[in-house]
Design a protein around this ligand. Structure first.
Ligand code: NDP
Length: 502
């Protein structure tokens, strides 16, 4: 903590004479109402907590910069990406997803990897994860999914039945489950993991041509993961180990960095691609779309105040600058709404004025006014409506994204190719993981799934079997299940399997 000498005041700047003894009627008498300093102090303390984030509650953050290292002007007109060597200030927040604000950093969970770029065209938020895929592809399932990762409504404990019941009835989750239960599900520190956009985004250039892209921030510190046993020990001994690691590394000048690689796909490639490129449960294989290096992210400054900077930081995937647009990914479409919405609840309608969220390098010129805690000039005496003839801010058509053709019937369309869901999970297990990775994966699954009811174990193990027979057999053996029964369940349709294990 920094040393500073000042006279203590009330919140309104009035000097305080004594901060150790409340005013009382006599030495042993009751406390007096006229002790306004005491009343103010208690009243503020009573209101110190703001709503916890419903997901990503436990986090750590730091300041730094992003530097462009390759020419990408063919693909995007985003000003902050317009020149090799151009640097943009960033704030980055890492987090776990399911645990509360005081939960352990070493929990098995995806990690949030959210980057706020303070560009000259407004704030650009890239709100990614340390996994390139996600559990579900339709946002209608998101609240249900998160409920199952949190606490049981009656016991208020984490519950393996809830956890695996939902996942085993949601086969599209198999790829992310495989990533999560590998040792990458417990990164050694925030510095030792990658960050992925996971979603597909659109980049468009100044000619109106567009490409589909995915972002990969590759850690320059190297991937390091914890084994299950290491994560369990660390959770008990030092639940804040990754938060502390990030702070201490920056404090000693060991600035963590990530190399940004992009996968870039033409609209023509996307049209005929063998799966839906907007489906967040899938990656784009590197052999089809090789990543190309375009920049560097460096974190070199710690927050001075955790609450002001990290807790109040609010990222919104809808904060996109000209040159970058959303894709039709359904999960992304829902996040465009949900993040802003939850910050309105958590921080209030003027959260964009908080220093960490305010656009540092582009003025805010909107017609939004008033609301709780409007602590700037609130637009002063300027017009508060559009159109107006009083020289208020005017829209700029140059900021529009190129049109994007859509067609089809408005309906609740089920996913058409459910068998696709197992291909990449199988590839990961067979082709990418080492023998040791596979052994740890099986051990991690058996340890966790072992707590669920037998019918749920069978249903989930059938999904592992569908991804890869060896994978399913080894989990079955670890759980003491009949492999023949697992194989029979794997051959059924999702509906039949759900009925057979109801
Ligand atoms: P590649 O062999 O070209 O890529 C495999 C990638 O997997 C690596 O580049 C690495 O990505 C990542 N990886 C390496 N070891 C592990 C591990 N133990 N656990 C999880 N991921 C690991 O093959 P493909 O591109 O065809 O992908 C094959 C599978 O790899 C996918 O199905 C997916 O599960 C996984 N993967 C693919 C990614 C992609 O964008 N194509 C990204 C991450 C994983 P990185 O360098 O980013 O760590």
């Amino acid at each position: 903590m920094a040393k500073k000498k000042n006279t203590l005041t009330t919140a309104f700047g009035i000097p305080v004479a004594d901060d150790l003894n409340s005013q009382t009627a006599g030495e042993r008498g009751p406390v007096l109402m006229q002790d306004v300093h005491l009343l103010e102090k208690l009243g503020h303390f009573d209101r110190e907590r703001i709503p916890e984030r419903v997901v990503h509650a436990k986090g750590a953050g730091a300041w730094g910069y992003f530097e462009v290292t390759a020419d990408v002007t063919n693909y995007t007109k985003a000003n902050f990406l317009s020149k090799i060597g151009k640097k943009t200030e960033v704030f980055v927040r890492f987090s776990t997803v399911g645990g509360e604000k005081g939960s352990a950093d070493a929990a098995r969970d995806p990690r949030g990897f959210a980057v706020k770029f303070y560009t000259e065209e407004g704030n650009y938020d890239l709100v990614g994860n340390n996994t390139p895929v996600f559990f579900i592809r339709d946002p209608l399932k998101f609240p249900d999914f998160i409920h199952t990762q949190k606490r049981h409504p009656a016991t208020n404990c984490k519950d393996p039945d809830m956890f695996w019941d939902f996942l085993s009835l949601t086969p599209e989750s198999i790829h992310q489950v495989t990533v999560l239960f590998s040792d990458r599900g417990t990164p050694a520190t925030h510095r030792n993991m990658n960050g992925y956009s996971s979603h597909t985004f659109k980049w468009y250039n100044d000619k109106g041509e567009y490409h589909w892209v995915q972002y990969h921030f590759k850690t320059d510190q190297g991937i390091k993961s914890l084994t299950r046993q290491e994560a369990e020990t660390l959770s008990g001994k030092d639940p804040d180990h990754a938060t502390r690691d990030l702070y201490e590394a920056i404090q000693r000048g060991d600035y963590p960095s990530w190399t940004l690689e992009m996968q870039i796909m033409t609209p023509e490639q996307a049209k005929d691609y063998r799966f839906d490129i907007f489906d967040i449960t899938k990656v784009w294989p590197h052999s089809d779309i090789p990543p190309t290096t375009i920049g560097k992210l460096v974190l070199n400054r710690n927050p001075e105040n955790y609450f002001a900077e990290v807790e109040q930081a609010a990222f919104c995937p809808g904060n996109l600058v000209p040159g970058i647009a959303a894709s039709p990914d359904k999960m992304l479409q829902a996040r465009l709404f949900s993040y802003h919405d939850t910050h309105l609840h958590r921080l209030g309608p003027n959260y964009h004025l908080l220093p960490v969220n305010a656009p540092k390098n582009a003025p805010e010129n909107s017609y939004q006014r008033d609301g709780f805690m409007r602590f700037d000039a609130n637009g002063g005496d300027g017009p508060n409506y559009w159109p107006n003839s009083f020289e208020g801010p005017t829209p700029n058509p140059q900021a529009a994204e190129p049109p994007f053709e859509v067609s089809g019937e408005a309906a609740r369309h089920p996913y058409g190719h459910p068998n696709d869901d197992f291909v990449q999970a199988g590839n990961l297990y067979r082709d990418v993981m080492s023998d040791q990775d596979r052994e740890n994966l099986i051990g991690n699954i058996v340890d966790h799934l072992g707590g669920a009811q037998k019918r749920i174990k069978l249903r989930q193990t059938a999904l592992f079997f569908k991804a890869d027979q060896d994978y399913g057999r080894r989990v079955a053996e670890g759980l003491g299940l009949d492999t023949g029964e697992v194989e029979r369940l794997a051959e059924m349709t999702d509906k039949e399997r759900a009925e057979a294990t109801a």
